[in-house]
Design a protein around this ligand. Structure first.
Ligand code: URA
Length: 442
């Protein structure tokens, strides 16, 4: 197809050829394919070919920046100016058992940082904050924008579903990437995430960039590279950005699954969190406080956050959030009011030894198989099911000892994940070192 663009002839075939042959695309060429694809003037087969060329040949920093800006401009840019104070957004590149948002946002809000958070739903082995919050009876996430702003001005925090109007081009391109095996590309991931963050309107951005067997980025090096690129984009648009690089080679905390993670988040806010999830939450919260101008000393900020757990102010903020968005606040005192699965099946270790690795993605897949996650965007999910992780890397187990408890509603489904969970665990005769959850701050 041939189209006119600012007096020049711009041609999608030429753009594909240029990228295929490893040339850099200009800002105008990037703007052209983003807008023409969004408008339906470039067919999927040509866009798929371009995405594969980007996947294989990469992009320069300028190209990634221009792609980000064009995708951000493809939809609404949210105006948060009616909220006073420095708004800090938080985003995770995804993990298994990653309930950090549920814990960190109320904690940070309880110290006066306005939180205007748009979140997504889970797809495939990754889970989403919106599904977790909707595990609370009555909790509404489909707020209109005025209610969202008014909630934040009222109690300092609101969480709503991702607006359909934000970064429209990203939605279309992401769906095509999903269907063409071009998701795991650093330029495409960086521009996809940052276009949505820029459009979401916050002043500053905290990114949790995960790596390992339960994350998009397999290695620490790739996670750092992705973090650096996203931090540079954020800083370049004037939104100070920090990336916390975290290890996702095993599930975070004890539970994976929607209602189970809400229960765990409540428990963490009561001071009963497992050490790994506690560390990640306090560090991320401490950096959000710094970005919000609440103190430059991270060690002091960590103490402030620990205090908000001890004095239950974080928990109180979560309760206010639940109340204002129509949820049943009794879950705070009585988490057993959340939907609970009827079957608990213990999965025994196949070997004696130290747990040396866990294929974390397979744990996420097991949650999907139990009905707790979706394979297609519109699949219904069972909020009550999930996985309870009893043994983690470095733990010693006897053969036959329980490594995981499956929470299920159908015996057939519970039994169907036993083999995959057992296969996900590896053991060593020698002691295995426990790893650090947070490996870098960029
Ligand atoms: N999350 C996103 O929003 N986009 C990606 O490309 C990957 C993860």
């Amino acid at each position: 197809m041939i189209l006119l663009f600012e007096g020049d002839v711009m041609n999608i075939n030429e753009i594909i050829r240029k990228k295929r042959d490893q040339y850099e695309l200009s800002k105008e060429e990037i703007s052209f394919f983003v807008s023409e694809y969004s408008n339906g003037n470039i067919p999927d087969y040509q866009m798929a070919s371009l995405l594969m060329a980007i996947y294989l040949n990469g992009m320069s920093e300028d190209e990634i920046y221009n792609l980000t800006i064009e995708m951000a401009k493809s939809g609404e840019i949210i105006d948060l100016s009616k909220i006073e104070g420095i708004k800090v957004d938080k985003h995770s590149t995804g993990g298994i058992g990653d309930k950090v948002t549920l814990v960190v946002l109320p904690l940070v809000a309880s110290l006066g940082v306005p939180i205007a958070k748009m979140s997504g739903r889970g797809l495939g082995y990754t889970q989403g904050t919106i599904d977790k919050l909707e595990a609370i009876n009555g909790f509404r996430t489909n707020l209109d924008f005025n209610e969202f702003i008014s909630n934040i001005n009222d109690i300092g925090i609101s969480i709503m579903g991702q607006s359909e109007k934000v970064a429209i081009a990203d939605k279309k391109i992401y769906a095509l990437r999903d269907a063409t095996e071009t998701v795991e590309s650093i330029p495409l991931i960086a521009s996809s995430i940052m276009s949505k963050k820029i459009a979401a309107g916050a002043d500053k951005i905290l990114l949790e960039v995960t790596f390992g067997s339960g994350a998009f980025m397999a290695s620490e090096e790739r996670a750092k590279l992705l973090g650096e690129i996203m931090v540079n984009i954020g800083n370049k648009v004037g939104k100070e950005t920090v990336a916390v690089i975290t290890n996702m080679n095993q599930p975070l905390g004890r539970f994976c699954g929607n209602a189970l993670e809400v229960k765990e988040a409540i428990d963490i806010l009561k001071g009963n969190g497992e050490e790994d999830v506690m560390t990640v939450c306090t560090w991320i919260a401490a950096h959000m406080l710094r970005l919000a101008g609440k103190g430059d000393n991270i060690a002091n900020n960590i103490k402030l956050i620990q205090n908000q757990i001890k004095n239950r102010e974080g928990l109180r903020k979560l309760k206010q959030l639940i109340a204002l968005q129509g949820g049943d606040v009794n879950v705070i005192e009585y988490p057993e009011l959340l939907d609970t699965a009827s079957i608990k099946l213990e999965v025994p270790a196949t070997h004696r030894g130290y747990v040396s690795s866990i294929n974390t993605q397979e744990i996420g897949n097991a949650v999907v198989k139990l009905g707790g996650g979706r394979l297609k965007k519109d699949d219904e999910i069972d909020k009550s099911v999930g996985i309870e992780v009893c043994k983690k890397i470095g733990d010693f187990v006897e053969a036959g000892e329980t490594i995981i408890i499956v929470h299920a509603n159908e015996e057939r489904k519970a039994k169907s994940v036993v083999g995959m969970i057992q296969d996900a665990y590896e053991y060593s005769d020698k002691e295995v070192e426990r790893y650090r959850e947070i490996v870098d701050i960029i």
